[in-house]
Ligand binder design. Structure first.
Ligand code: ZN
Length: 199
């Protein structure tokens, strides 16, 4: 990978042997390996011994999980907050594992829509809850750095499964709980702007 990065630096019109750039290929490789480490992660290992059977059937919410991902169209970062809720049937996930699940899917080449769905799907699969809801709000540097319109806007994506999809009241309860601290939720789920302009 380092040879490729050296070539890339050259193609950009720079001198890869310049003092400040000599170690850049090494650093870029290390950074990229980390930022895409989600491919190698095993979700069952991540969840290892953190699935519990409990008698609890109220909504579980973990709000404001930071995520950092790379847009697959431009290999530029998009990042923001992810909010996850589910209603257990019998099993729950240790709360600290929810941000780990988000990392597994964020640390890949992604589009925000797919990342949002993958987080929801894996929770559905692993604990068979009555429903799962995931909302992600992301700033996309491929839009803001390139001066694409709405530079200061961010994309909101949501995935609603099970009872969150079927029952408007449950969905609204979740969105209300988010809104108490996240003013931007006002329009959900009607307006879902483009996460990344694919050009
Ligand atoms: Zn992009």
């Amino acid at each position: 990978m380092q040879d490729l990065i050296r070539q890339l630096i050259e193609q950009l019109g720079e001198d890869p042997n310049r003092e400040g750039l000599v170690k850049t290929p090494q650093r870029v490789e290390k950074a990229l390996r980390f930022l895409t480490s989600g491919y190698a992660a095993n979700i069952d290992e991540v969840l290892n011994e953190a699935l519990f059977t409990v008698d609890y059937s109220e909504m579980v919410i973990v709000k404001d999980i930071d995520f950092y991902s790379l847009c697959e169209h431009h290999l530029l970062p998009f990042f923001g907050k992810c909010h996850v809720a589910y209603i257990p049937r019998r099993r729950v996930i240790g709360l600290s594992k929810i941000p780990r699940i988000v990392d597994v899917f964020a640390r890949r080449l992604q589009i925000q829509e797919r990342m949002t769905n993958e987080i929801a799907q894996v929770i559905l699969e692993k604990i068979d809850p009555r429903g799962v809801a995931v909302v992600c709000e992301g700033t996309h540097l491929c839009m803001s750095m390139r001066g694409v319109e709405k530079q200061n806007s961010y994309a909101v994506t949501s995935a609603m499964l099970g009872i969150f999809r079927e029952n408007a009241r449950t969905r609204m309860e979740f969105l209300e709980l988010l809104r108490t601290r996240t003013a931007s939720m006002a329009g959900l789920p009607a307006n879902v702007p483009l996460a990344c302009i694919n050009e």
